[in-house]
Ligand binder design. Sequence first.
Ligand code: AMP
Length: 418
Amino acid sequence: MYKSPRGTADILPGEQGYFRFIEERAALLCQLYGYERIDTPVFEDARLFIRTIGPGTDIVEKETYTFDDRSGQAMTLRPEGTAPICRAYIEHGMHNLPQPMRLYYFASIFRYERPQKGRYRQHQQFGVEAIGDGDPALDAEVIDVACQFFDSLGIGNLSLQLNSIGCKLCRPAYLEELKGHYSAHVDRLCSDCKARLRKNPLRLMDCKKPYCQDIAQSAPRSIEHLCPQCKEHFESVVNYLLILGIPFEKNHRLVRGLDYYTKTVFEIQPQGEEGAQSAVGGGGRYDDLIEELGGKPTPAIGFAVGIERIVLNMKQQGVIPPAPSAQMVFVAYLGDEAKAEAVKLTAELRRGGIAVVSNLGDRSLKAQLRQANTLGVAYALIIGEEEVDSRTVMLRDMAKGEQRKVSMDEVVGLLERS
Ligand code: AMP
């Protein structure tokens, strides 16, 4: 028996309502804020991700799905959404368009992680990117989109965590301080943190092991080591969030897992689980990324949210997506002649814009009506020998359990008006 690969899941019809609802709300919100949809390929040149996410990061070291294609070129399945969009921004000369470019996407993301609740090897993200402006008001706008998005889904009990990790001018000195702090405790660090101390010291801050957490708690804070420009930027973001009435908590341990972030970083987490691996979304500024990829210096900011985790939170909080418009009509029949009429009527109804499912095959009328019930249709149309002879159909209102005969020629118009 084949099963879906470890860490992946089928989204069955019964679950689709959640995903559709989330996508619809996101698209509507993006329209309100002037963000336009962009789609990029599922795979890219492997070097794009190594270069942007960073060679010392967990994603690049342990989690990418990379393969040589048949011409021997290394390709990577998209492990995050931002780098491909920056690649597209440069490739299509989007800097010539009015800035900032406001973009959004839905994308499948692939990371070879240890599967657990809310952590999969393929998941879906909705993300936005605002590229081409360094104004802190844009940071606040992007954070506002994220918050409004969760609001519009009816998910509550979330907390916005905020930090600044500085820029290439002020971060190196901060990292030295951080290394100094951790070096004093190196013997007791977990093996991952020992490696981080050498390769990616910023990530030391978000280790989940209890001893490492204690050390992080007393570690030097990035916001206390910002250069004047980063400090002013951070203060300004805070000020705009206050103006917008968006509650947030400063979290000096929030660093995010990718190398390209600068200045503002943020995450949205279920309340009480701050610091756990439960974030429903996160993002930040990446002012050097476009230049790193060969474009002009172009400041930018974005975020991404994990759709599966949102669905988990919706279920936990009892948020039920609106039911999809039910198949309105079920066509049932008895006998060969009736079947021919049923096939014709089904087609006419569909061409009239009415959703129909019809029985096909030889089930009893009782079985057909049971199926109509299970599908939750509003009406069943029943055609038997007598109806064929009198060119009528039996129209059954499923909720009321009442039925009446109507003319075959009028039924489409009747249902169109109902
Ligand atoms: P990241 O860029 O890693 O912060 O991802 C953005 C969001 O995607 C996270 O806040 C999570 O909600 C979600 N996410 C990240 N990795 C996974 C995963 N392996 N499985 C499910 N959701 C994920």
